[in-house]
Design a protein around this ligand. Structure first.
Ligand code: IMP
Ligand code: MG
Length: 331
């Protein structure tokens, strides 16, 4: 499973896409909801997925949506058409976001202004789910061809490889994040597993993803936040994949990373955008080709966090990756 150690947008989409291409898992399961956009760049073309797993890049992987996830029916159907024809599944119990949820959320000043919600109706739909009045995928006619028992699929595909894709990031977790500036679900490793319908002992590897700097969209604390001009100067300005809002930026934060390790119990760490800190790392795929300063930075981080750094992202495409899993005994 792959989870995000900061505030979302660390490059989970790219890491999951890399794993899909490298390992060719039989099944990939996406958790979360369409407030999160997971980005994959293939041949310079940018794809933002809000419902299906970014594993679509491997044509033999089945693509499933978790029972604890929420979908918008139109977004699901258009992503199936575009990325997952003939191999997409949604669990019977996946929740369905309706227009009224979007409207309710967008009327809510606290959510929209203070928290900085993406306004996708996710929180309002979660409220209805808790109150036991949310429609589920099994209640929607158009979803009938895609309905599946996703926990059973996970169980059956286990030996041949399953990737579970987390969403958002540790510090946006409803329970463990910077409440109330958080999303409406627990997005740490345990929450993601619960959403997918699989227990912790079934999981071989928990990959925790950190970006080489920290970004955050919406409200809430961001330790070490840089003035926008400084973030711009360092080339760290990004925009939200779903809302297009500029992301706030700060340097890599060791204390946050340490806390994320405590909350997720990872077996491996993926570090993305290392080329943003060390320009000469761009596009490299072998450890020995990384600049010595980059290698030192990675080694120091690995030592301080006590978890092997196995995947090092050096560019936007999935294959821009140094994969040390075999060397470090994780494959
Ligand atoms: P909501 O979950 O859309 O209500 O948003 C709540 C908070 O989580 C806001 O600060 C959003 O900016 C943030 N958020 C939600 N989804 C994402 C995401 O995928 N990436 C980054 N931030 C997100
Ligand atoms: Mg994103």
């Amino acid at each position: 499973m792959v989870v995000d150690g900061f505030f979302g947008d660390t490059g989970k989409g790219k890491v999951v896409a890399y794993l899909a291409l490298a390992d060719k898992p039989e099944l990939c399961v996406r958790t979360g909801a369409p407030n999160a956009g997971h980005t994959v760049v293939i041949g310079g073309e940018v794809h933002v997925l809000r419902t299906l797993p970014t594993c679509f890049v491997n044509p033999t992987s089945k693509l499933a949506v978790a029972p604890g996830a929420l979908i918008k029916v139109d977004v699901f159907l258009s992503e199936v058409e575009k990325y997952g024809r003939g191999r997409s599944y949604v669990d019977f119990n996946t929740g369905v976001i309706e227009d009224r949820h979007v409207e309710a959320e967008r009327r809510d000043e606290f959510l929209m202004k203070t928290v900085g919600s993406t306004g996708q109706g996710v929180g309002a739909a979660m409220v209805d789910r808790v109150l036991r009045r949310l429609r589920l995928a099994k209640d929607v006619e158009e979803l009938r061809p895609y309905l599946a028992d996703v926990p059973s699929m996970i169980h059956e595909a286990r030996e041949r490889g399953v990737v579970i894709e987390g969403t958002q990031g540790t510090f946006l977790s409803l329970y463990h994040g910077t409440y109330p500036y958080v999303t409406s679900r627990d997005v740490t490793a345990s929450g993601v597993l619960s959403e997918a319908g699989v227990g912790p002992k079934a999981v071989d590897e928990v990959v925790l993803v950190f970006k080489a700097y920290v970004t955050r969209v919406g409200g809430g604390p961001l330790p070490g936040e840089l003035p926008p001009e400084e973030a711009e100067r360092r080339g760290w300005v990004e925009r939200g994949a779903v809302t297009g809002r500029p992301r706030r930026a700060a340097p890599f934060n060791f204390e946050l990373a340490k806390r994320a390790v405590l909350l997720n119990t990872p077996t491996q760490i993926a570090l993305t955008k290392v080329d943003a800190l060390f320009k000469d790392a761009a596009g490299k795929t072998r450890w020995q080709d990384l600049p010595p300063e980059a290698r030192r930075w990675v080694e120091e981080l690995e030592e301080r966090l006590g978890v092997p750094v196995t995947l090092i992202g050096t560019g936007p495409e999935p294959w821009h990756m140094v994969d040390l899993r075999r060397e470090k005994g994780r494959l």
